[in-house]
Design a protein around this ligand. Structure first.
Ligand SMILES: Nc1ncnc2c1ncn2[C@@H]1O[C@H](COP(=O)(O)OP(=O)(O)O)[C@@H](O)[C@H]1O
Ligand SMILES: [Mg+2]
Length: 256
């Protein structure tokens, strides 16, 4: 097994609150790994540490075999590790297609000098980006809304668009933090199907935080249970769901 993400003995406190405690996990390359646990277990905090939003107090993060502890998220992003964009970052006044075209960084068209002196270069790059965005639209079956303003899309369509944005930069490791929340059943199936296709057809690795157990069961193997900032148990969803300790700590309490 080859790990693409290794979290080694990571701890993180906010003031006196120890949120992550000597936590170690491995995410196997090509897997869709689930991360579940009660509210406040530290799941989102762990994502933030992995994605470089803030560094851990102690411990190491290894990505693709390299120690990336403390690297900022934009550097991890350019290495192909990203978490889905927050809805707040979406440009609601732009169309779905334009939102996708915005993603690649360093577009030549943004540089005024280039548009004056190298118009053909800019045009061909723009066409390339546009074609890629159209391919993503096609892959996600969002053809019918490609010219809709992003602000008018349904919650689920926005989630698909977020997934599409990860495809624009050829991410190979994507962290999904509760993307099913507020998504209707039909679009949830589309989301699941697309996650599976990205995994199988394009080799994406996913680390998925999700409250929706059906979604975890459909997508994830293995599943890691986090409780009070440490790994309680890891296994298949069947193993997790029949583990008495987990039932007590997790399924025994409010899971919504
Ligand atoms: N930036 C922060 N500052 C202070 N406390 C935080 C911060 N982020 C999270 N916490 C606290 O850390 C704990 C774990 O939060 P979180 O990682 O969001 O849990 P989960 O995603 O598992 O529900 C919670 O008690 C939360 O209030
Ligand atoms: Mg959370």
């Amino acid at each position: 097994m080859e790990s693409v993400i290794e979290v080694n003995n990571v701890s993180k406190s906010f003031g006196k609150l120890n949120v992550i405690n000597q936590c170690s996990i491995q995410v196997e390359k090509g897997s869709i790994t689930g991360l579940i646990g009660p509210n406040g277990a530290g799941k989102s905090t762990l994502f933030n540490i992995i994605a470089g939003v803030f560094p851990p107090d102690s411990g190491r993060i290894v990505f693709d075999g390299e120690d990336v502890t403390g690297l900022p998220s934009n550097q991890l992003f350019s290495r192909g590790l990203l978490r889905t964009f927050q809805i707040a970052h979406e440009f609601s006044h732009m169309t779905a297609l334009e939102n996708l075209m915005m993603v690649p960084s360093g577009q030549l068209g943004e540089n005024l000098l280039n548009t004056w002196f190298k118009p053909s270069l800019v045009r061909s790059q723009e066409q390339e980006v546009r074609q890629k965005a159209l391919d993503v639209i096609d892959f996600l079956k969002l053809e019918h809304v490609k010219n809709e303003l992003a602000g008018n899309l349904s919650g689920g369509q926005k989630k698909l668009l977020e997934l599409g944005r990860t495809m624009m930069v050829d991410a190979h490791v994507v962290l999904l933090d509760e993307i099913a929340a507020g998504v209707n059943r039909t679009l949830l199936k589309d989301l699941n199907d697309n996650i599976l296709r990205l995994n199988r057809e394009l080799g994406y690795t996913f680390l998925v935080i999700e409250h929706d157990m059906d979604m975890i069961a459909k997508l994830c193997n293995p599943v890691i249970v986090l409780a009070q900032g440490s790994v309680m148990v890891e296994g298949t969803i069947e193993e997790i769901q029949s583990n008495p300790e987990v039932i007590d700590a997790y399924f025994g309490t409010d899971v919504s």
